[in-house]
Design a protein around this ligand. Structure first.
Ligand code: TMP
Ligand code: ASP
Length: 239
């Protein structure tokens, strides 16, 4: 499958058409942004890591019966995916307080919740991805009631699977962001990526951050953290 016309360039990925109208090629870049593009940088080798990691995790989730857009890895940065119509919601699942949750509700980071939480943002860069609830999503016709229910059910199942997998790597899954899309027949499938860009991953023992927060917060050791988390995943996948 060859790359056709470039259809879109996002902050961390490019999307290309293919000869099959139902398939696209996603190409991962090393570019990193934070705070809605305000902070810009490069994380050397990130594209390769995010591509491989996202594919490995999507394959695992497919095995758990979760529909995803993943088709096949084409190269170290490129992946063939099913074309979906993206539901313009960013779905955030949290197991432990951190980031905007800790800030918004005035709690410290690192408090484990008795049950996972979920929240939605309206995927709209111009508005800065504002938080919204299910009624707002319905009012804005972003998804149907049934689709929102499916998205919630799938997101919690993804959390269970990812939490268990990362625990086996000595990593605590703090929170993450998912995006879903509609396949041609209307099926809701997991899309976008699952990577250290979109998850908070802490070493289970030391609580060292092994994710994009090192870039967001100017903590240093960004490339090393991406390599470390990828190494842990690869070691576990070999077993
Ligand atoms: P938050 O605490 O900043 O709301 O982030 C929650 C999770 O979502 C965290 O794992 C990082 C991820 N995330 C993205 O993937 N994209 C984004 O634009 C933002 C703000 C967060
Ligand atoms: N990717 C998002 C952006 O640029 C934010 C983030 O991941 O923190 O703005």
């Amino acid at each position: 499958m060859n790359k056709g016309k470039q259809l879109y360039e996002g902050k961390a990925k490019k999307v290309f058409a293919t000869e099959d109208p139902e398939l696209l090629i996603v190409s991962y870049k090393d570019d990193a942004t934070a705070f809605n593009g305000l902070k810009k940088g490069t994380i050397q080798g990130k594209g390769v890591i995010n591509n491989r990691m996202s594919n490995a995790l999507m394959r695992m989730l497919e095995g758990e019966g979760i529909p995803t857009h993943f088709v096949r890895e084409i190269s170290e940065r490129d992946t063939l995916v099913k074309k979906v119509q993206i539901v313009p919601l960013e779905v955030i699942v949290r197991n432990i307080s951190a980031g905007s949750f800790a800030k918004r509700y005035g709690v410290e980071e690192g408090i484990t919740f008795s049950a996972p939480t979920i929240e939605f943002s309206y995927k709209n860069d111009e508005l800065g991805d504002p938080l919204l609830n299910e009624y707002h999503a319905l009012a804005l016709n972003l998804a149907t009631k049934e689709e929102i229910q499916t998205i919630k059910d799938l997101s919690f199942r993804v959390n269970d699977a990812l939490k268990a997998f990362w625990a086996s790597c000595g990593v605590t899954l703090v929170d993450f962001k998912l995006e879903f899309g509609r396949l041609g027949d209307g099926t809701i499938a997991l899309a976008d990526e699952i990577s250290p860009d979109t998850c908070r991953l802490w070493d289970s023992k030391t609580h060292e951050k092994l994710d994009k927060d090192r870039f967001r917060r100017d903590m240093g050791g960004v490339v090393e953290a991406y390599r470390e988390i990828m190494g842990r995943l690869e070691k576990q996948m070999e077993k």
